[in-house]
Structures are given as C-alpha cells and as structure tokens.
Design a protein around this ligand. Structure first.
Ligand code: NAD
Ligand code: DAU
Length: 339
C-alpha cells in the first residue's frame, strides 16, 4: 500500500489527541501530522508514547494563519485532512465569542482553501450535534442529518458556520468532504473544564461540583474511542459530500451523570451544588446514528463501561490533570463560577 499523509488539526486536544494516537498505532503505513497551536486546551505531554514513532510528526501553527497554512500544504501535499482544531467550550464562547469566530470559521476557511489548492483526497470536518440546536424532553425525538441547523450558542453558531463553508466548498469547487456531527464525548485526556472530567477531578479532591440550573438537561454521551472509530470509517468509506451523525443512544441528565461518578468514587451527594444556569442552556441533545450504522459503525462502550474506564484513567493519570488545574485554570474557574 502507498504511504498516505494525514493532516490532523487540533491533535494536541482531547478528541484530536485520542485520534492521533489511534491513527499512529492503527496505520503504520500512514504519516500522521498533528497540527496544533497549543492553546490552553492543547498539550503534547499526552503524546510521550508516540512522539518518537517514525509515522508521527508535529507542526505548531495557527489554522487561521493563511501565510503558514498554504505553504505547508504546498510542501507536504497531504492526502487526507481531519479537522478537529477549534475553540470547543460553550461557557467560554458566552464570555468571549470573538476567538470562536476567528478559529472555528476563519480557520476552517483557510484550511479549505489550502485543501482545494493541493487537491486532497478527503477533508473530514469534525462538527457537533450542537449545530442542530436543542430538542425538548420527548424521548422519541432525535437529531437526524436532515434536522435544520439552529445553533443557540456562539460556539455552536461558529461550528454551524464552518459546516456551511465546508458544504459550500463541496458544492462550488467539488472538494471531497464529509461532515461528522457527534454528541458529547468523554474519556481519557478530556480537559477538566467540561462536566465529566470537572466532576471526577473535584470529587476526588472533595470539592463541590457545580451543576447548572436544576440538573435536568440531557446530553447523549459517547466514549471518545468510539468517536475516533467513526471518523476513521468516514475518512475511508464516507460518500463525498455527506453528513454523518455520531452517537450511541446514551442519554443521561446532568444530575444522573454527576451522581453516577460520585457513587463509583464512594463519595457523598452533598458535594453537589446547584448554581446559576448557563445562558441559553440547550435542554436536550440526542442523536439518531442510523446512517453511520449503515456504513458499518457500532459503538463498543456503553455509558456504564465507558464511565468506569474513564474514572479508572483519571485515577491512574492524576499527574496530567493536576498539572492543568493548578495553573491558569484556577483563574478561569474563579471567574466562571463567581458569576
Ligand atoms: P479541545 O478544546 O480539547 O481541543 C482543541 C484543540 O485545538 C487544542 O489542542 C487547541 O490547542 C487546538 N486549537 C485551538 N485553536 C487553534 C488554532 N487557531 N490553530 C490550531 N490549533 C488550534 O476540543 P475537543 O473537545 O477535542 O473537540 C475537538 C473537535 O471536536 C472540535 O471541533 C469540536 O467542535 C468537536 N466536537 C467535540 C465534542 C466534545 O464532546 N468535546 C463533541 C462533538 C464534536
Ligand atoms: O454535544 C457536543 C458538545 O459537547 C461539543 O460540541 C462541545 O465541544 C463540548 O464541550 C460539549 O458541549 P456541552 O456544553 O454539552 O458540554 P459541557 O461538558 O460543557 O456540559 C455538559 C452539560 O453539563 C451541559 O448541560 C452543561 C452542564 N454543566 C457543565 C459544566 C461545565 C454543568 O451543569 N456544570 C458545569 O460546571
């Protein structure tokens, strides 16, 4: 088989980082290029086990920097692009939307231009179910690929805008693209500003866990490795121009998630603290993954097996998350939760 060059943007972050490790191990015949700006959400310590492998490469760059991205594509002539790099936290988008537009919208357009210029084989744009807006609590309703885009937060609006640009490059220039829209991920290397790792790290430190509003909002959780396998499948088998939803039917209220973690760790529910609700807080997300299942995907984790594995990982890798929460993160936490 001929060697392929795969550019993974955002490969120092949570999902991109798991995907880089998955690809480096699974495809020794591919060269995996991890391109990342190393913002607060990116770190390379997670790649210590693969950094000396011959098929792993790292490039520090800003996806919105046209002057850096175009020459890189001209030099390397990537075959595949898998685009994760983004500002990803909804709460941060509510306090500072500007950087979300720059990275998520402009950054995607710069990558699309570069991909068009060198004639790549496939561009997979990793998007989110949040572009569909919210569902009500009727458990028979789901997001399908036909659900209209109705993003409610600056984060999801920026992701929906990038989805539309990706679609437009396919329609206008025939760029071979796919868009994936996944539900909430969890698993190793999840940054502790998000609900699950925030809860695990705070419960382990006997600190209060902030639950927004009444805790009844619902998210549909998927283990990050099942997401990686879905993207791998779409990269190789996805029909050009198509959108694929990714989700494993694991709906839980936020309160159920927090109580499950507290119970596995053998701590008291007195640690739960109800705090002011998130502005524009989406009620419920739930994915219909039928189209992706027809392509051959099926998740390997249930929520129960996945959350147990994830808690184990956080217990075994305290060094990784303790180093994060002891730094600049503390200022973020004070500011975010004093509002
Ligand atoms: P993350 O915040 O953990 O990681 C984002 C990475 O992108 C970081 O390594 C960061 O340094 C890098 N980055 C940010 N701005 C950059 C720039 N201008 N140039 C280059 N690199 C930059 O995010 P995540 O949770 O891993 O999400 C990855 C992607 O998956 C995002 O596009 C997100 O919208 C999507 N997604 C996330 C979830 C989820 O539950 N986390 C679910 C569905 C889709
Ligand atoms: O659905 C996919 C999306 O999932 C991704 O596109 C986003 O990048 C990712 O961050 C995630 O968004 P959410 O807003 O759903 O994830 P978060 O972990 O921030 O919040 C999950 C739920 O928990 C949500 O209903 C808000 C609530 N929450 C969150 C935090 C951080 C709390 O109750 N307390 C908290 O402190």
């Amino acid at each position: 088989m001929t060697r392929k060059k795969v550019l993974v943007t955002g490969g120092a972050g949570f999902i991109g980082g798991n995907f880089v490790q998955y690809m480096v191990d699974k495809y020794p015949q591919y060269d995996i290029y991890n391109l990342d700006l190393l913002t607060y959400a990116g770190d390379l310590t997670k790649h210590r086990d693969i950094e000396t492998k011959e098929n792993y490469h790292f490039v520090k760059a800003d996806i919105a920097d046209h002057e850096a991205i175009i020459p890189l594509f001209e030099k390397e002539k990537f075959d595949f692009v898998v685009h994760f790099a983004a500002e990803s936290h909804v709460d941060r988008s509510i306090t500072d939307p500007g950087v979300f537009v720059r990275t998520n919208v402009l950054g995607t357009q710069v990558l699309l231009d570069a991909a068009k210029q060198v004639g790549i084989t496939k561009f997979v744009h990793v998007s989110t179910d949040e572009v569909y807006g919210e569902l009500d609590f009727d458990p028979t309703t789901f997001f399908t690929e036909e659900t209209p885009l109705q993003p409610n937060s600056p984060y999801s609006a920026s992701k929906a805008s990038s989805d539309l640009l990706v679609r437009a490059y396919h329609e206008t220039y025939g760029l071979p693209i796919n868009i994936t829209r996944c539900s909430n991920n969890y698993g190793p290397y999840h940054f502790p500003e998000k609900l699950i790792p925030l809860t695990i790290s705070r419960v382990l430190n006997d600190q209060k866990v902030p639950v927004y509003g009444d805790g009844k909002n619902i998210r549909d959780w998927l283990h990050v490795i099942d997401h990686c396998a879905a993207i791998d499948l779409v990269l190789h088998e996805g029909v050009n121009g198509e959108v694929y939803n990714v989700g494993g039917h694991n709906e839980r209220t936020n309160l159920e998630v927090v109580k499950t973690i507290i119970s596995i760790l053998g701590k008291s529910e007195d640690l739960i603290e109800f705090v002011k609700d998130r502005l524009g807080h989406d009620k419920r997300y739930a994915i219909d993954p039928t189209k992706l299942e027809q392509l051959g995907w099926k998740p390997t984790y249930t929520f129960e097996t996945g959350i147990a594995q994830t808690i184990e990982w956080y217990l075994d890798n305290k060094e990784w998350w303790e180093q994060i929460i002891s730094g600049e993160y503390q200022n973020y936490f004070e500011k975010q939760y004093s509002m």
